[in-house]
Design a protein around this ligand. Structure first.
Ligand code: FES
Length: 262
């Protein structure tokens, strides 16, 4: 784990309210694995006070760490206005990432919104594996240029809430259709997105007995297992067993979590 003031190399809008940032950190770029995250301090002084977690979207040229983010509030608004040459306090890489695709014939990556960020990193790191990416967005303008992000040629299926691109509806409907077509014992699933989506993906994978890893999005204050802010219920026979998303995850086997309590 590295803490440093990293130089911002680029920070550009690539879709509606969506930015791609490149930070120069040879150390973090060398250590980062798909599914891990960094904590960024996006303002100076006390405002905003806390670091925020961002999935690592990839690495480039051995020293760049890529962050894909959507402007949703004050902190990310400040981030979007930062320019080349500025410095950001960054801590990472943190957390437990994805176990890379194993010997199943096809890996199905299921992304909801900005949940696509760690799955882009996973897909780029799993070159040579048969991959299908199912990606859901609110509307067509939110879809990042996936070719530019290194996913040109991937087997891609899009859904949007308003039907402006791909199939109208939720990305889980795309997964349901795919599971009707393909033999489940040849598949493994990797998912990241909002909790309701992950619950549904987990339920489908557990029902079909398909290996499934999910990356949880959680509020995190410390990212280091110290504040208890990201605790969630783990699946266990013992009542009251909690896991910390920041250090035990953010990636978990679908069967390792108590989805009823989530
Ligand atoms: Fe503090 Fe996980 S964010 S314990």
């Amino acid at each position: 784990m590295i803490e440093q003031d990293a130089e911002l190399v680029f920070n550009r809008r690539i879709a509606t309210s969506t930015f791609l940032m490149g930070l120069r950190s040879t150390g973090i770029a060398a250590e980062a694995r798909p599914g891990q995250f960094v904590m960024l301090r996006v303002g100076q002084g006390m405002d905003p006070l806390l670091r925020r977690p961002f999935s690592i979207c990839g690495t480039r040229e051995h020293d760049l760490v890529l962050i894909l983010y959507r402007v949703v509030g004050r902190g990310t608004g400040i981030m979007s206005r930062l320019g080349r040459g500025e410095r950001l306090s960054v801590l990472g890489p943190l957390g437990r990432g994805f176990d890379m695709p194993g010997d199943r014939a096809r890996s199905v990556l299921v992304a909801g919104g900005m949940g696509i960020a760690p799955l882009i990193f996973l897909a780029r790191s799993a070159k040579g594996k048969a991959l299908t990416l199912l990606a859901g967005f609110g509307t067509s303008g939110e879809i990042p240029p996936l070719g530019e992000l290194g996913l040109g040629g991937i087997d891609l299926h899009i859904s949007t809430d308003d039907g402006s691109a791909g199939k109208k509806g939720l990305v889980t409907a795309l997964l349901r259709d795919l599971l009707l077509e393909l033999e489940s014992d040849r598949l493994e699933i990797f998912a990241c997105g909002p909790l309701p989506m992950l619950k549904e993906v987990a339920a489908m994978s557990l029902k079909e007995d398909i290996p499934c890893q999910v990356s949880l999005e959680a509020r995190m204050a410390c990212g280091l297992g110290a504040c208890q802010g990201c605790a969630t219920r783990g699946a266990s026979d013992r009542a009251g067993t909690y896991v910390h998303v920041c250090v035990d995850g953010p990636v978990f086997a679908a069967g390792a979590l108590d989805w009823e309590a989530s």
